[in-house]
Design a protein around this ligand. Structure first.
Ligand SMILES: CC(C)(COP(=O)(O)OP(=O)(O)OC[C@H]1O[C@@H](n2cnc3c(N)ncnc32)[C@H](O)[C@@H]1OP(=O)(O)O)[C@@H](O)C(=O)NCCC(=O)NCCS
Length: 148
């Protein structure tokens, strides 16, 4: 499977919004995604197939030396082929250069995502009770830190 990791642009947004609706009970809308194109603190990446297909995407916000990962999602047709690995590699290489830590929330039952993040050096630092709706569930707070 050939793809490259590129910055999100306007052409990707309908497909990313569709992926959001498929993956999450509170999906980001096209309007919310579009706002990130103009947000200096945002870095949204797309794994793009040869014909421009969106295989997956990931979003990061950076405030000073702190990185907050908002979204990581891969189209079910392209999962288990290293796409999320490739997206997180970019954020972690950036983190190793520039950040004190990367952090994120994940549903406590989301075993694939937790395994993904643990593979990339994240570990549990806390739990937010009933953080998610539809269905109600705790969030695990995962972090990867770099010594500065
Ligand atoms: C979680 C998700 C992004 C993984 O994407 P992916 O491209 O299939 O993941 P990769 O193929 O890059 O796998 C990387 C690692 O993630 C873990 N992983 C991925 N899918 C897994 C699964 N179904 N079961 C267990 N571990 C899994 C493994 O550690 C894997 O490494 P390995 O292949 O060496 O075992 C994808 O399942 C997804 O989009 N899920 C729905 C959206 C979501 O829950 N996003 C996270 C929100 S916080």
């Amino acid at each position: 499977m050939n793809y490259q990791v590129v910055p999100m642009d306007r052409s990707h947004i309908p497909a990313i919004a569709a992926l959001e609706r498929e993956c999450f009970s509170r999906p980001w809308s096209e309007a919310a995604l579009s706002e990130e194109l103009y947000n200096d603190t945002a870095c949204f990446l797309v794994a793009e197939g040869e014909d421009g297909t969106v295989l997956g995407y990931a979003g990061l916000h950076v405030i000073l030396d702190e990185g907050y990962i908002d979204n990581v999602a891969v189209d079910p047709r392209y999962r288990r082929q290293g796409v999320a690995d490739a997206l997180l590699d970019v954020f972690c290489r950036f983190g190793a250069e520039k950040l004190a830590f990367l952090t994120l929330e994940v549903r406590a039952s989301n075993t694939p995502a937790i395994a993904l993040y643990e593979k990339h050096g994240f570990y549990e630092v806390g739990r937010r009770k009933d953080y998610y709706d539809d269905p109600k569930e705790d969030a695990l707070l995962l972090t990867r830190e770099w010594d500065r």
